[in-house]
Ligand binder design. Structure first.
Ligand code: MN
Length: 213
């Protein structure tokens, strides 16, 4: 079964004024659309890989034949990263985190403001295209990391709790070269309910380590 571009869970204009409708349309339809199309094209001559999820493919890139490994890394990663990205945003989102994510942020980073500052700084410092993440380690601990291009934390054995896209295509139409401004504004559209769901998925595999801290 071919990989498919998931529909946006809201209108293109739903995240305005934080993210403009034209950016959303191009980002979802063209950029994410191309990752899906190119992933399917790469897998065309390997029918046995076509039934694997994109997550499973990028979790074990060494199992992917060398001639399509870079294509799967870039386009499979792009597909997985963006599928997460649309869901962890919502209209009228943002505000202070609630529930379990608020607790682990406080436990790990002291308070939400310090966490935001560190996350934004990491996003600003990522040279060129990439992502900034809150990622879960096998130990159950959380850390802020960045990845270049469309590399996923999954390929490093880490779980992406949530991440922000710092490719220019994510912000350039509205924010031009002002990436720090985009990173600061982005918190207004974060969907903490979905982030809590993802944290729950991560913790269901690492509960003992977290509880032991
Ligand atoms: Mn993107």
């Amino acid at each position: 079964m071919a990989h498919e571009l998931p529909a946006l869970p809201y209108d293109y204009s739903a995240l305005e004024p934080t993210i403009d409708a034209q950016t959303m349309k191009l980002h979802h339809d063209m950029h994410h659309g191309a990752y899906v199309k190119n992933l399917n094209a790469a897998l065309e001559k390997y029918p046995n890989l076509q039934s694997k999820s994109a997550e499973d493919l990028i979790r074990d890139l060494n199992a992917v034949p060398e001639d399509i490994r870079a294509a799967v890394r870039n386009n499979g990663g792009g597909h997985v990263n963006h599928t997460m990205f649309w869901k962890i945003m919502k209209p009228k989102g943002g505000g202070d985190p609630n529930g379990p994510i608020a607790e682990v942020i406080k436990k790990t980073f002291g308070n939400f403001k310090d966490f935001q500052t560190k996350f934004n700084e990491a996003g600003v410092k990522q040279f060129g295209s990439g992502w900034v993440w809150l990622a879960g380690k096998p130990s159950g601990e959380l850390q802020i990391i960045t990845t270049p291009n469309q590399d996923s934390p999954l390929s490093q054995g880490l779980f992406p709790i949530f991440g922000n896209d710092v490719w220019e295509h994510a912000y350039y139409l509205k924010y031009n070269n002002r990436r720090p401004e985009y990173l600061a504004a982005w918190w207004n559209v974060v969907n903490w309910d979905e982030v809590n769901q993802r944290l729950k998925t991560f913790q269901s595999h690492h509960e003992p380590a977290l509880a032991g801290r």
